[in-house]
Design a protein around this ligand. Structure first.
Ligand code: MG
Length: 200
């Protein structure tokens, strides 16, 4: 992020801010790689090989296996742990002291066990998190507008374009799969995101 952009968005009110989960709060790609290795013996994929959001476009893995791993993730059918993105728990806990519950909007079809995962892993009590599962990327903007959210953190570049068009300011959470050129603000870590938030 350059300095002008930083200044423009220096003071985000936590009440106007919400978050995507996978790729922002939850380290979903490490989980994908772990499941592919353990269940399907695939050990040639590294985090930085995931250069596209659509995994079939960047990974040398049978698309059927990709779908099976994604299915395991969505149904919670795995024995390894889903890790948090570094720093997410600390910053969300700090936000929650000012704005509770913290709002999360995911394109997953259901929230499944994400609330208890947040409680156990991020130490964010279930009562302090509200998760909306839209089932589609396109539905995110409406959900956010209904709740007066004006700034949203997401790792999917296409979603950032959708949100911007709907009048919501996207902040792109930098990942190897969103390195195409774009006009949005981006953060490379939760620490960087924290520095943009107005804490009282
Ligand atoms: Mg995501």
């Amino acid at each position: 992020m350059n300095q002008i952009e930083m200044n423009q968005l220096k003071q985000i009110d936590p009440a106007s801010l919400a978050f995507d989960i996978d790729g922002v709060v939850a380290d979903i790609m490490t989980l994908f790689i772990d499941i592919a290795r353990i269940r399907f013996d695939i050990d040639h994929i590294g985090y930085n090989d995931v250069t596209r959001y659509n995994l079939e476009e960047c990974l040398d893995i049978d698309p059927n296996i990709i779908n099976m791993v994604i299915d395991d993730i969505l149904t919670g059918n795995y024995a390894v742990s889903l890790k948090p993105v570094l720093g997410a728990g600390e910053v969300l806990t700090r936000i929650n002291q000012q704005q509770s519950p913290v709002l999360f909007v995911t394109a997953r079809p259901s929230q499944g066990s994400l609330l208890s995962w947040m409680e156990e892993t991020l130490l964010l009590p279930a009562a302090c998190a509200k998760i909306i599962a839209t089932g589609s990327f396109e539905a995110k903007a409406d959900e956010l507008k209904q709740r007066d959210i004006s700034v949203f953190v997401d790792d999917r570049l296409e979603t950032c374009f959708d949100l911007a068009q709907a009048g919501i300011t996207p902040i792109l959470f930098k990942q190897p799969w969103n390195r195409e050129k774009h006009p949005f603000m981006e953060v490379g870590s939760w620490q960087e995101l924290e520095s943009l938030i107005e804490f009282k």
